[in-house]
Each structure stands twice: as structure tokens, then as C-alpha cells.
Design a protein around this ligand. Sequence first.
Ligand SMILES: Cc1cc2nc3c(=O)[nH]c(=O)nc-3n(C[C@H](O)[C@H](O)[C@H](O)COP(=O)(O)OP(=O)(O)OC[C@H]3O[C@@H](n4cnc5c(N)ncnc54)[C@H](O)[C@@H]3O)c2cc1C
Length: 444
Amino acid sequence: MTDYLPVPNPTKSFWLTAEVDFHDHRSTAELPPEADIVIVGSGYAGTTTAHFLMKEGFDGTIVMLEARDVCSGATARNGGHLKPSLYYSQKSWTKKFGEKGAAEIANFEFAHLAAMKELIEKENIDCDFVLGRSCDVHLTPSAVNAALENYQQFAKNPYVTCKQDVQLHVGENAKTISHVLDSEVCVTFTAGQLWPYKLVTSLLRKCMQQGLNLQTNTPVLEIQGFDNKWLVKTTRGTILARKLVIATNAYTASVEPKFMNKIVPIKGICSHITPKVRPSHLSHTYGIRYDGADQDYLINRADGTVVVGGAKKHIFPFKNVFYNVVDDSTLISGTKEYFDNYMKLFHDWKFTDTDTDHVWSGILGYTDDSFPYVGEMPHESNKFIIAGFHGHGMPRVLLSAKALAGNIMGKKLEVPEAFKISQERMTRTRNEILASLGTPVAKL
Ligand SMILES: Cc1cc2nc3c(=O)[nH]c(=O)nc-3n(C[C@H](O)[C@H](O)[C@H](O)COP(=O)(O)OP(=O)(O)OC[C@H]3O[C@@H](n4cnc5c(N)ncnc54)[C@H](O)[C@@H]3O)c2cc1C
């Protein structure tokens, strides 16, 4: 399905200002005719899967196919925010999966903080990683209500193991701690920030040193079953995979049309903002929440700049600009101006002039039921998937990839039940995305 392939000439994100010395890399001039494992996609999911396969002791051949340049998808154009969702979705998760299932997701996301720190330290990766606190600021009555209800649900769930990390603040405390004068309620908890492109390209370089064959600018066009193996057809010829890993996130329908209404490409916008005179350093990373799905996110980089993403007021009401859109070569009208004034929200930035020096777009892979698809595809032996991170991959991909690598090597798949691919999930036809975003029905 060429309609779902990444487009050429994407916008350039702030993260892509980092130089890597293997742009447009091809480990071999020709595509190898076969491989033990073929991974499609060189982003966070594909790369960490390769990394963990090698850590698990896999010593066969691995070929990675990438449609554009290395790590040029969502991972290279996100907000750099490793922020677990702990309390905020507890009501809906409990309704769907019970207390145990809801806690399983929060605990899994929380575990990413320590896992990421361990990975970065062990592999000695320079990617501006900071483990600090995040502050969710709730700015409308409905956001405050939702926060309080979800927090109560979280606090009473006996299976949650990260409860002590999360703190609710109200009234004057909320204003002081959040640095936002309009904030009546805020919630703080441990979160991380990093330079995702540096993380992934560093891991990718290490994987190549251990034998990974990387083939950039090689879009996969079709996959065909062949004797329990998979024929992977690309613009540069065909490769036979004994095992296949699909790590194409928003673009998954380009290789697997059955995901067309299940993993939907959603266009998002992010920015990098530099203060003209450096104000006091913000104490937290942020989630700023308004009504419904309207929210922004922000990281406070140690160099005094910030990365802010969201601007959803300018996106979600207009289905045609964001829904089922793979074009990250353009921006969305109104978003640059939105970020230009954004930092005035914080009282210590009120009189600080800022320069929005980078604005970029990226494509998020939202799923029909809001959870990623991880595991071996039902009734399709040796075809694995790790995709559909619903705009929230940083605290979900790493341990999903570790679990998937183990699963490919014969171990049980240790991810939350909600993430596991199943026949039931594949046959359900309901798509909850637009309703959850509050996109007006008249525009559908
Ligand atoms: C604007 C924006 C802001 C975000 N902010 C955050 C954030 O702050 N925190 C957070 O947790 N998450 C955030 N996300 C989501 C997060 O970036 C993703 O969940 C995560 O990066 C997904 O990683 P991935 O490897 O699955 O996908 P990707 O990084 O998109 O990798 C998929 C790769 O597959 C390649 N590919 C696709 N189709 C084919 C094909 N047919 N053949 C060959 N190759 C193919 C693509 O080119 C791409 O390189 C954001 C996303 C965006 C777009």
C-alpha cells in the first residue's frame, strides 16, 4: 500500500541537527537474498528489538530495512519526553481490564524509567538523558475533575507498585510547584527526557558493529508468505526472511494492509523554543491539560531551551489535516504562532522573549483501541509486530522490544495483556480514535 509509505523530504526536527556519520547507510551494496531475521523500520522499536536480540545471544543474520534515512520517523521528531502514564488513564483502563490489568500497564510504564537509565549507563550513550520530575497541570474544570477521579482510582488500586512516586497538589501548592498561576491542581511524578535520535542512532551503530545489516532508502512494498517464511518485497528487490519483525508504527498499513483502520497515521507538531534571555530553569517537564484530549507537553532542557509539542486545539477539530495523514513534509496552520507565545504560561517566563527556532511535524501511530500491537501475528508463524504506540512510545517501546526479542528466541511474551496482539483484537472493527480525540462528528 504505497499510500501509507513515509514521504520524501520530511520537515527537519531539532533532534535531526545532531550529526550521524552513517546517513543513507547500506551495509552491503545489494540486498542480501535471505536473512534469519528481517526487521522493517529503524526507529526506536526496530532498533531496540535488534539490540535486545543481540543481548539475548541471537547469532544469526539480521537485516534491517528502512524506507527513508536512518531513524527518520516519529522517533526523530517527537517531544523527547519519557513520561509514564501512571494515574491519568486509570478509570478507563480499569473499566476495560480491571484493577490488575490497569496496574499492569502503569507498572510497566514506570519500569521504563529504570530500564532506560540502565541501558544508557551500560551502553555509555550520550543522549542528554535526565531523570527528574514531571508535572501535569490541569487547566480547565473538566481536566481538574478527570485528574482527581483518575488519581483516586490510582490511589486505591492495590496492584499499583509505583503509588509512592505520584503526588497530588492543590490550591496554592499547585500554583507554586507548577509555576503556572492558573493551576488549581497539579500532579507530579518521576519522568525522563532525552535526545531520542542520539539514543537510537548510538544503539544502531553498536548493532552494526555486531553484524546488523542496515539498508536505508529501501521501502518495503509487500510481504508474502512462503513455506512458513516471509518474502519481503522492496523497491530494491526481494529478501526471504525466516522471521520477520514489523516495526513500522504509523506506516504499518504500507506493509500490512489489514492494519489500515487499526493503526492510523496521525499528524502531530512539535517545536524547539529558545529564550532570548535565560530565565530561571523550570523545575519539571510538563503535561498541560485542557478539555478532553487537548494537551501539550514540554521538556526543560539543561541548555535552557525547551521542546514543546501538542497545539492540539489547532489540529483535532479538523479531521482532514491530521487523520490518516502520512505527510510530515509540511506543518499545520496556526501551530507556529501557538508555540511563539506558549511560554508566557509560566510565571517566570512571562516577560521573556522567545524564538521558536524549529517547528516540525511527525506521524504518530494511533490504534483503534489505544494500545500497541506486540507479539507474533495470530495464525502467521514467524511474523512478529511491535507497532502502534499511540503517540506515547517512549515509556512503552523499550521493554516491549526486550520482551519481543525474548519471544522471538522462544520465551513467553512479557508485556501487559492490553498490548498483546490477538485474534480478538484483529477481528474487532470498532475504531475509537476520533471519538477519543473529540473530533466533531460534523467534520467526519
Ligand atoms: C510530533 C511527535 C511527538 C511525540 N512526542 C512524544 C513524546 O514526547 N513522548 C512519547 O512517549 N512519545 C512521543 N511520540 C511518539 C513516539 O515518538 C513514538 O511512539 C515512537 O517514536 C515510535 O517508535 P517506532 O520505532 O515504533 O516508530 P518510528 O520512529 O516512526 O519508526 C518506524 C520506521 O519505520 C520506517 N518504515 C515505515 N514504513 C516502512 C516501509 N514500508 N518500509 C521500510 N521502512 C518503513 C519509517 O521510515 C520509520 O523510520 C511523538 C510522536 C510524534 C510524531
